[in-house]
Design a protein around this ligand. Structure first.
Ligand SMILES: NC(=O)c1ccc[n+]([C@@H]2O[C@H](COP(=O)([O-])OP(=O)(O)OC[C@H]3O[C@@H](n4cnc5c(N)ncnc54)[C@H](OP(=O)(O)O)[C@@H]3O)[C@@H](O)[C@H]2O)c1
Length: 252
């Protein structure tokens, strides 16, 4: 699809208010699609983002939902079922600090799987179960390749999302292309406070200096590299069922 064609399309993007997803919205908004911006806690950020992009398409709007709360998730799915959506970008995710394989317990397991797997799967089902034409982009993690056991449940949820990407790419072809992007060290991990709100506490300069040492290309990550991968996937009609690592070669 030519990017110019986005002006007739509706894009649903989850976790859109900040960080990587916000960069995607700001860049794609120039092509004038209608956006449905999902957010959970970042109300001020999503309001500001919507204000910014409304100059390109005045029909864009936002929806709030915590995907770990059944009622909010179901109400969100009900709202989007009323919409005609062409492109889904599943970016919302949780990455808890305390997620070691020795300590895992039921509540956290279910919470992470609800947000990182069940919700993206349910969004795809809601929008594309009738094989409407479209595109899905899921977010994985480049470090999955090394099978680390830290962030145990998070990794398991992303592994499952990877397999879901391939399964649905087959199932939904030729109508829907389903792909994934696996970021490496793009931004420091989001730090959560007691209200589960993101606080940008990590010094970004230190993060980049440290991660540069591990990155063969020896340059820091940047959300712009993810935006480029998103545009590539949108534009290339011959790509489905792929997972594109954007990690500077860190996980070769
Ligand atoms: N940043 C990286 O370097 C990196 C590395 C590897 C993989 N990734 C993946 O790439 C994607 C984007 O990364 P990111 O760092 O920009 O994401 P992020 O900051 O970790 O999370 C994006 C958004 O997810 C939303 N979210 C969290 N818990 C939620 C819940 N219970 N219900 C609904 N929404 C919830 C939050 O929205 P609110 O702010 O509105 O609460 C948050 O802003 C993610 O899927 C991530 O796993 C990123």
């Amino acid at each position: 699809m030519n990017l110019e064609e986005l002006k007739d399309q509706t894009i649903l993007i989850t976790g859109s208010a900040k960080r990587i997803a916000k960069s995607i919205v700001l860049e794609l908004s120039k092509y004038k699609p209608r956006f449905i911006l999902h957010y959970r806690n970042s109300y001020e950020d999503v309001k500001e983002l919507l204000e910014e992009i409304k100059k390109y398409n005045s029909e864009s709007y936002y929806i709030k939902a915590d995907f770990s709360i059944k009622e909010e998730r179901e109400s969100f799915l009900e709202k989007i079922s009323q919409e005609s959506i062409d492109i889904v970008i599943n970016s919302a995710s949780i990455f808890p600090k305390m997620d070691h394989w020795k300590n895992f317990e039921y509540e956290l397991f279910i919470k992470i799987f609800d947000v990182n797997l069940f919700t993206p799967a349910s969004i795809i089902k809601t929008i594309f179960k009738n094989y409407k034409k479209g595109l899905v982009i899921n977010f994985l993690d480049a470090s999955l390749k090394y099978h680390y056991t830290d962030h145990f449940i998070y990794r398991l949820s992303k592994f499952s999302l990877e397999k879901l990407t391939y399964m649905l790419a087959k199932e939904l072809a030729p109508y829907v292309r389903v792909n994934a992007i696996s970021p490496g060290a793009i931004l420091p991990p989001a730090q959560l406070n007691e209200q589960d709100k993101i606080e940008e506490k990590i010094n970004i300069y230190e993060f980049y200096e440290k991660s540069k040492q591990k990155i063969p290309l020896n340059i820091p990550g940047n959300p712009e590299y993810i935006v480029q991968a998103i545009k590539f996937i949108i534009e290339n009609d011959f790509i489905t069922g792929v997972n594109i690592p954007v990690d500077g070669g860190e996980f070769i």
